[in-house]
Design a binder for this molecule. Sequence first.
Ligand SMILES: [Zn+2]
Length: 284
Amino acid sequence: MFVMLAHLQPYLRAAALALGLLCATARPQDPQPVPSVFEFPCLGYAKAVNTRGSFGFHVPRGNSPFQDSWHLAEDVWLPAGSEVHAIADGVVRYSAFSPTWTDAQGETHWNLGNVVVIEHPLQPSEKEAESICSFYVHLAADRRVKVGESVKRGDVLGRIGKAESEENGRYPAHLHFGIHLGPYLQIPPMLERELRTAAKSKQGLCMGAVVLRGEIVLERSGVSDVRITAKESGANCVLSLLVGSTCPKDPPPDIALWCQGYGDQATLQEWLRPSAFLAARHAR
Ligand SMILES: [Zn+2]
């Protein structure tokens, strides 16, 4: 329960801001569907992903801050300074530094270093989803792209950050590369699960003064919000999907919950195994 509410906390904060202070932000640009040809984000990608950093790797209990969770991406072990490329045409949704901070519940949100997220709408022939988002984490400070910018397949987005540096989140030098199903602004399945579980709990789903109980309905409301309604009572509230990433004082743009590198086992279903996805669509 604690973890569940801790996860919701950035959403609640964002929702309060959205209701009180901010207007819904229009999406900067709607990207066009891209051909089903992708490339790897780095030269030598396949060889540079080892078993331990592979997709779905389970961190045993008692081993790290990510204990008993599953790795949602692939770690690409190449030297600092290696170029990182866009895997396909798309639009930049996030490009910012994401520092460590501790929220009101005492949960630490770990520094991810410099992060870029690109949304790639897929051709209708692609079965997985109408779009995917690619996540490039632990980059150097010299990111080459800005939010809203269109990029082409192969464009340089940045470089792998220096080992143990502030810019890369204090990790050994590597790229954490993930592919999340669906557009950047969506109701992340993990959030939906948490909301439904909270509404069915003894305390109910507390959204400020509103408490939602039992079965709930989630509907997109405008460009960036979701309306949550309790089926039985009709009580409802609006939640922003634009969550503050990670730093309360100087919040970079939204990053959703997706950019956590590790998650519970069910969360794996929201992510694709990057090497398999890219190998199947790679230009020969
Ligand atoms: Zn990783």
